[in-house]
Design a protein around this ligand. Sequence first.
Ligand SMILES: *[C@@H]1O[C@H](CO)[C@@H](O)[C@H](O)[C@H]1NC(C)=O
Ligand SMILES: *[C@@H]1O[C@H](CO)[C@@H](O)[C@H](O)[C@H]1NC(C)=O
Ligand SMILES: *[C@@H]1O[C@H](CO)[C@@H](O)[C@H](O)[C@H]1NC(C)=O
Length: 494
Amino acid sequence: MQLRKRQTLPRVYSLAFLFLIGIEQCDGLTKRWLPNTNFGNPQNWNLGRLPCANDVISLQSANSASVFVQTNATTIKELRLPTDGEIVFADGIVLAFGEDTSAPATCGQDISFSRTDAKQWLDGDNWCVSDEIGQCTEAKSQLTLLDSEKIPCQSDHAIFPTQSTFLVDMDSGLQLFVGSLTIAGQSYSTADFNTFVTSDSGRKQFVSDDEGTMSHLTIKNQQCSDIAGCMCGNDKGEILEKICDLKRRQCQYLNCTNSFEPVGSCCHICGAMAVMNYGARFKMSILQNMIQDKYLNGKTAQTVSVSRRFDDKIQVVFRDSVDGTKAADIAATFQRDILKDIETGSLKYGIIDINVTRSGEVAPTSASQKGSGSGSGNGLSGGSVVGIVLALILLVVCVCLVVGYFWRKRKNGQGATFSIFSNKEKNGDMELGASVSYTDIDINGDGTLRGFDNPMYDSPIKDANFFANPAQIDPEVKFNPVYSPEGIEEDSSI
Ligand SMILES: *[C@@H]1O[C@H](CO)[C@@H](O)[C@H](O)[C@H]1NC(C)=O
Ligand SMILES: *[C@@H]1O[C@H](CO)[C@@H](O)[C@H](O)[C@H]1NC(C)=O
Ligand SMILES: *[C@@H]1O[C@H](CO)[C@@H](O)[C@H](O)[C@H]1NC(C)=O
């Protein structure tokens, strides 16, 4: 158990630091880690609220974690500490013990710290795109990120904000890369970070959940100044696999045909994707601006992701908020414009080759599939029910015929035989037609349904009327509960 007071950075230091990040902003993005292990975060407590007066507060479950106390806690009745935890106090924090007689009735409970699971570095939900000081920013443009780009890329700046502690699962055995890294206002190099994660405090904040070797984080500390754009580096191999393991459960049901999966995306999408080779004159910023100005402005339902893939092709993914057809139309215009640029030889955009993949039309949903949610496999049409029923009858008949045939062969014609199946005159050649006679049973009176009489019943169905009126029971027909009168009625309405 350690108690520690956080040092504040000297002012000059932080200013210089902000200046540096400011320069870096030219290229990579800044991505900020979201979850924390702060005392003052209601989500970190089992009761979903902050500790209040007269509470018995237990931090015992925060074993091996680091808890940051940034708010004054007054009139704590009791505070139970972990045996191997860390509590970091912000400047001037006061914990006061005592009894408060004017406390609200809802206070005075047992409350315990519940944020004990490490959150995954590779989970895009744990990061937001932020400004240099770690304020999450709404996406300013309609240029959106692929799943692989939601966690820090090898050219990005990763921020773990000040006034917080963290519990980060670094996974195991991976080679991760970031452009630069700031934890609580301090900038780290690869060596600094390695030292930090083996320190008492670091070991409580950056962990490998499955007890494996912690992934190795390389901090490049250099700008990506390539005018052709920066490769993210997370869009291949084991890293992408792990990102997608976490992401795939969020994939949405798609109703377009021929959906596809862009490189760096964990889910199939509806829309279109352009994959391009580029030449010497290619500039990522020109392409992005051109897409933004020509195809996006004013069309709020569309989003585009532009990336330089690991295989050094430029990928542009067009999406819309509906079924992808609008996005595909925009992609077609984009392709025409690029092809014109290539054919005329002006090569304004520096693209030398373009292929476009697009998803297909939305599959029509039939009445029986409506409301089934997934639209596939849940609703059987009336036609297939009839088909299945007929197939089942046929199967039963075939099995009976085969059993009967072998039974008869074995018994050598003596003893018990199914008289109904006896077809001695056939010399062992089995023909369905010999013992099962197909008849037309015209259910609707319009000849739409073919049936046959079932030899298992002593007498064939005589009366087609029986089907027409389900309430009527023919005493000579042994009723098969599989075919409920309701079912038949439903089928005949198709
Ligand atoms: C906590 O209480 C101390 C003493 O009353 C005060 O100086 C300090 O500003 C308080 N801190 C916060 C974060 O409220
Ligand atoms: C486009 O497709 C052709 C044929 O499959 C292929 O040879 C070419 O390399 C592709 N171009 C790009 C940019 O992927
Ligand atoms: C397809 O899905 C989109 C979004 O999930 C929805 O807005 C659209 O109405 C659907 N289209 C059809 C024809 O079901």
